[in-house]
Design a protein around this ligand. Sequence first.
Ligand code: SF4
Length: 486
Amino acid sequence: MLSKLQYTRYKGCPKHLWLYRNKKEVLTPPDEAVQKKLDRGYDIGLLAQKQFPGGVAVQNGWKNPQAAAAQTRELMARGVPAIYEAAFLYHDIFVLVDILQKTPGGWNIIEVKSSGKNINPIYLDDVSIQNYVVAKNGVSVEHCYLMHINTDYFQTTDETDWTQFFLRTQLDSELTPFAEIEQQLAEIKKLLAGPEPEGVLDKNGCAGCEAHDYCWREIPEGSVFEIFRSRQARELMAQGMPRVQDVPPGSCQTDKLNHWVEVYRTRQPYIDRAALARWLSRLKYPLYYLDFETCQPVIPLWRFSRPYQQIPFQFSLHIQREPGGAYEHREYLFEGKQDPRFGCVEALLRYIGPAGTLLAHHAIFEKSRLTEMAHDLPLPPNQSQALLAMSERFVDTKIPFQQDYLHPAMCGSASIKKVLPALVPELTYEGMPIANGGDAMNAFDQLYFGQLSEAEQARLRSDLRRYCEQDTWAMVQLVEKLRASI
Ligand code: SF4
């Protein structure tokens, strides 16, 4: 039996479906982040159902498709206003419709997604196969909708307005024609009966795929995927150059790629001292090294925020007031259930003076949080203006590592988690209970929603502080390394 999930797997990557059906043992189960996403989807699905009162849920569709399809037919005959998880079978294709809504002239298909405004093309495939199977059951489908989350919805009261929270986007004109679907179904049959197909390796497309480890198992360390775009990397592999060091020197289209090739070949860093000196000359004292940790509630937890908005709940700040001066450390960490941004703003304004450079790695993130707080929160005008002025004073510590300081151990990446072990190996995140932004978000969830003992709370808060402080201290160390290198 082919489910709609299997159909969308095929549409995303035929090999993914083949592996799922013929070699399931090579797939890795969802990790914590993926599982969290799945759970979130389930919760949003239940919330969406509440927007269609009087509906009836079909139970256990997956366990017994025939019985679920029969129950769906019976509910439709009764004329219930909505059916949740409505089940339909057509030949060997089985789909569950999140919400089947009765209309005066037929039924609407409503697919619920916990994602924001952008419509992933895979959602169109998802709804297209539902539309096909439902229509082939003789049901008059009036419209097909995607019900997703309006990330522009700005909540100004304590209660969420669900009519604003959910977006309903009609997809009718974008669905795959039935003839095309039938052709694809025939291709799927052929694919599944044949040998294991080749996959198209793509850094973005394969990221998060449950077959990632299997498909990428033969990609060597130092592979061309580390510095080239996927299409170019595939071409180089096909030409017998799987590793960056196999690429002839000076043969790339950009200086940056040629420098990287040299770094991989010689295992020596590439350092453009003049460019680094220019970058360092932009730093004006006092220097403020700033890093935010954020939570990202799907359903706004506080007024003046949007679904999925990144809300700062913590920051770490290292300050150096003059060249060669000692580093001072300041920090903020939320407490209780109130909106953490107000305490955060108050602490920022207390610690960061009106002059000097702010530094952050991938500074657009910190800048955006400052401008959002300035625009979104009901602050006195002088405070909003101070935050906006602060946001204009950033220099990004990532920039030098994008083309002026390239180290073989950075593996082609300028992210701090790659740059730090390359330049300051003694400062490691390994073994830290909170070692990345995802861990910090989980810690926030536990502190905010969990039933933790005082000791557990104290431990988590201390782990959060240690992690965030390390992020800004890492930037300090990187800038010191840059200074030493010119
Ligand atoms: S890892 Fe990539 S090639 Fe392999 S199945 Fe997944 S998407 Fe396809």
